[in-house]
Design a protein around this ligand. Structure first.
Ligand code: HEC
Ligand code: HEC
Length: 372
């Protein structure tokens, strides 16, 4: 489905540090208040009704119902609206065919259902696209943690040669040539005399992504005190998940996203899952002791985001659980245990974001054409 271009890619947004804009920056447009940033009341935590629930509450946390605030980048309805437009705008890619939504499809659990994503001219990178849903709760971004947060991450794909492959001039020219973007940037950054910039695009995308959270999964209801939210098999899976040691790595709000760990902590995985060439964190830090360390991925909505692993090399969640038992814990799990663990993982699917596809600024006669 949306694999249009390249394979490896960090292309979209990040390319153009200098988005030159002509005649923008009039901040006379008054910010208008919309309902985009409406907040809901956080459900209460009822007293724990059993020991399993008490144990789970020490290790995991429910997803909040409201988007978390980003330090130094306050959310406004106008900024979220701009970030949403940029997220969906394929004209930020050099071929005008790929947007963030191509590889992080809102209807596919925030991922793309493909082992590796096709980016610029169908080129593929070496890694599976992680979900953007709940990514705001991860302590770092990318499989190897090379971006510290969503704002920094959003700079990568626009310009990545295998993703959106947009030379920064292209991003700059596009935004400059789309007059409606000038007003949208000015509304989102009313105090900035020169609001149309790549840096502001990254900020806007980050606040939009922070709204892509999936609260109210059965597991969240359970953590909040509803003992009936999980059935007996799912509870048995939760107990195994904690007792066997999965939760030593997969913990917190995201059941992951809070540490790095070696893929192959106890036993080396098959090379189809962990090819020799991708050293993960070790390639970033230059420390051989961290070779094959990856960010422990979130397990939120895991039932929606096959295929699995950083290589996207396994389609079957039961097989993934089996591999995890062996490679991370040195355990041979029984068929019943695997079924129970998979049943528990199914309780991590929350309410999916309801996003209306935004109307994008129409291209003008002066807009640069797509580069074939
Ligand atoms: C061509 C496909 C493609 C496009 C287009 C793309 N991404 Fe990604 N994205 C990926 C892949 C693959 C990774 C993992 C790369 C890695 O870890 O080395 C990734 C990683 C991420 C992550 C990190 C998530 C995590 O848990 O580590 C976020 C957030 C993200 N992308 C957001 C975006 C945004 C925002 C855009 C648009 C500006 C975008 N992506 C465009 C494929 C894509
Ligand atoms: C020592 C830390 C550690 C332990 C223990 C651990 N995992 Fe993982 N898990 C990881 C890492 C790291 C990855 C990413 C592997 C990769 O693709 O590079 C991962 C990946 C996964 C994935 C695939 C996620 C995705 O989006 O591709 C699932 C599912 C999973 N683990 C479930 C489990 C279960 C169930 C257990 C217990 C049987 C477990 N894990 C134990 C570290 C751990």
């Amino acid at each position: 489905m949306a694999r249009f271009c390249v394979s490896n890619s960090p292309i979209l947004i990040a390319t153009g540090l200098s988005l030159l804009v002509v005649g923008c920056g009039k901040s006379s447009d008054k910010p208008t208040t919309t309902d985009t940033s409406a907040t809901s009341v956080e459900p209460e935590m009822k007293p724990s009704s059993d020991e399993l629930m008490t144990q789970a509450r020490e290790i995991f946390k429910p997803i909040p119902v409201n988007a978390p605030a980003l330090p130094g980048n306050p959310a406004t309805a106008e900024k979220i609206a701009l970030g949403k437009m940029l997220y969906f705008d394929p004209r930020l890619s050099v071929t005008h065919s790929i947007s963030c939504a191509s590889c992080h499809n809102i209807g596919l659990g925030g991922a793309d259902d493909s082992p590796t994503s096709a980016g610029f001219h169908g080129q593929r990178g070496a890694r599976n696209a992680p979900t953007v849903f709940n990514a705001v709760f991860n302590f770092a971004q990318f499989w190897d943690g090379r971006a510290k947060d969503l704002e920094e991450q959003a700079g990568g794909p626009l310009v990545n040669p295998v993703e959106m492959a947009s030379p920064k001039e292209h991003v700059a020219q596009q935004l400059a040539a789309l007059p409606s973007y000038h007003a949208a940037f000015a509304r989102a950054f009313p105090n900035d005399p020169d609001p149309v910039s790549l840096a502001n695009a990254q900020k806007a995308i980050a606040v939009f992504e922070a709204t892509l959270i999936t609260p109210s999964a059965p597991f969240d209801k359970y953590l909040r005190g509803d003992a009936t939210a999980l059935d007996a098999t799912q509870k048995a899976g939760l107990a195994l998940f904690m007792d066997k040691g999965c939760s030593t790595c997969h913990s917190g709000i995201n059941l992951g996203g809070s540490m790095y760990a070696k893929f192959g902590q106890v036993e080396a995985p098959d090379v189809k899952y962990r090819p020799i060439g991708d050293k993960g964190r070790g390639a970033i830090t230059g420390n051989a002791a961290e070779d094959y360390f990856f960010k422990v991925p979130t397990l939120r909505n895991i039932a929606l985001t096959a295929p699995y692993f950083h290589t996207g090399s396994e389609q079957d969640l039961a097989k993934v659980v089996n591999v995890m038992g062996r490679t991370q814990l040195g355990l041979t799990l029984t068929k019943t245990e695997i079924d129970q663990l998979v049943a528990f993982l199914g309780t991590l699917t929350g309410d999916q974001p309801q996003i209306a596809v935004p109307q994008l600024p129409p291209s003008a006669a002066s807009s640069p054409p797509p580069d074939k």
